[in-house]
Design a protein around this ligand. Structure first.
Ligand code: ADP
Length: 397
């Protein structure tokens, strides 16, 4: 069966078609600047030429219509008709406490997703628009919602509660939810598979280090803690997000710089992280690595602070699980930045970690980068959220 996987943002939409028998991606692409001047669609059939077409996309329905047109195009399409797409899997960012697993989309499910809009005001409304656009153009095709938060719903209360008045949990459900769940689930399972061990027997820490970054503790196949919180702002230092800070800093900057709460949120979400910490050198780790190698102090300070935070979280999750068997690195930075992995692992001597420099230099493989005699196994597992969404979709339809 072919599964269309949709990841819909407020002005962009990523898509992939995955053949569930071979688990291969047969086409993928991206619509950008939806509802803005200069919108364009990128379409790349597997093994074919990538096409970029600039064309008006006033809304998401038009974007999805163009995606379906590209997929069924007589010359460059990958399916003859939409009948060859068996189901659609939608990434949905926030499932609140309602969704502990993926679900077939019904009217009740749509209403429940809408109820989570408050918790992810930038993401969930866009996800809903994407689902509605698909429903309009592919009536009768089953659709599945796969939630970023679902995998983390197994966290115990002590891991998800904040030290805030309890009434805010009761009234507004303010608690830790965690994100990137599809990736944490996929990577931890894959690590067990590659090692030939039972998932349920392992204590695994997954470091998902991309533009957004989060880390999770997976004990006996269940997530027991994760670094992102009510929103994706908490935890590690990210590309442009601050991660953990003293909350009083917000008031301090607001007073000093005469800024509103919205201004402060923009600073914490868009101007902080490695971008801000490097004094605006870059949010991209390729630039930071290069800067560090050329002796740029901004780059060095940023990398050291970033890696220290990751190492501190690993330590706290070792404590939470009373040990760790496997530590996995994934996502853009985790999969590619060997320097970051090396700098993080330098803190892990107490876990008996020794890194194989040659293996740490490789790319694009599911691979152990620790030596065979390392007491804790350290791995790189490239994430594949689209495949995980496609698998969930097949399971439910
Ligand atoms: P997201 O999905 O959160 O947007 P990704 O997981 O794609 O992010 O990660 C993107 C980041 O990965 C880039 O901003 C960059 O910092 C980092 N990255 C990508 N390729 C490399 C590389 N070759 N070396 C170091 N860092 C890289």
């Amino acid at each position: 069966m072919n599964i269309l996987v949709i990841n819909c943002g407020s002005s962009s939409l990523k898509y992939q078609v995955i053949n569930s028998d071979t688990e291969q991606c047969i086409a993928k692409g991206l619509c950008e600047r939806i509802g803005i001047d200069g919108s364009q669609i990128t379409y790349a059939p597997a093994g074919g030429e990538k096409e970029v077409t600039v064309t008006p996309m006033p809304d998401h329905t038009e974007a999805i219509r163009l995606v379906l047109e590209a997929l069924t195009n007589e010359k460059t399409g990958v399916v003859k008709s939409l009948d060859e797409i068996g189901a659609v899997g939608h990434r949905v960012v926030h499932g609140g406490e309602k969704f502990a697993s993926s679900t077939l989309i019904t009217d009740e499910v749509m209403a429940a997703i809408e109820e989570c809009n408050d918790l992810a005001p930038l993401h969930n409304p866009a996800n809903i628009i994407g689902i509605n656009a698909c429903k309009a153009l592919m009536p009768g095709t089953p659709m599945v919602a796969v939630f970023d938060t679902a995998f983390h719903q197994t966290m115990p209360e002590e891991a998800y509660m904040y030290g805030l008045p309890y009434e805010y949990y009761k009234k507004y459900k303010i608690r830790r939810y965690g994100f990137h769940g599809t990736s944490h689930s996929y990577v931890s399972k894959r690590a067990a598979e590659v090692l030939g061990k039972k998932y349920e027997d392992l204590k695994i820490i997954v470091c998902h280090l991309g533009n957004g970054a989060s880390i999770s503790a997976v004990k006996n196949g269940k997530c027991v803690d994760t670094s992102m919180g009510l929103t994706p702002l908490e935890g590690l230092i990210m590309g442009t997000r601050s991660g953990d800070i003293d909350p009083a800093i917000m008031e301090f900057i607001a007073h000093k710089e005469n800024k509103s709460i919205d201004d402060i949120m923009t600073i914490l979400n868009k101007k902080s992280g490695v971008l801000g910490l490097s004094d605006n050198l870059s949010s991209d780790f390729r630039d930071l690595e290069q800067g560090h190698n050329n002796g740029d102090v901004n780059a060095t300070r940023t990398l050291k602070t970033y890696c220290y935070r990751v190492a501190k979280y690993i330590g706290s999750y070792v404590a939470a699980m009373n040990g760790v068997d496997v530590i996995c690195f994934t996502a853009g930075v985790g999969e590619n930045a060997s320097l970051v992995r090396r700098m993080v692992c330098e803190y892990l001597g107490y876990l008996g970690v020794t890194i194989d420099a040659e293996a740490n230099g490789r790319r694009g493989e599911d691979i152990a980068i620790s030596t065979p005699d390392s007491k804790t196994t350290v791995m790189v597992i490239p994430t594949n959220e689209e495949l995980a969404i496609a698998r969930e979709t097949v399971r439910l339809v």
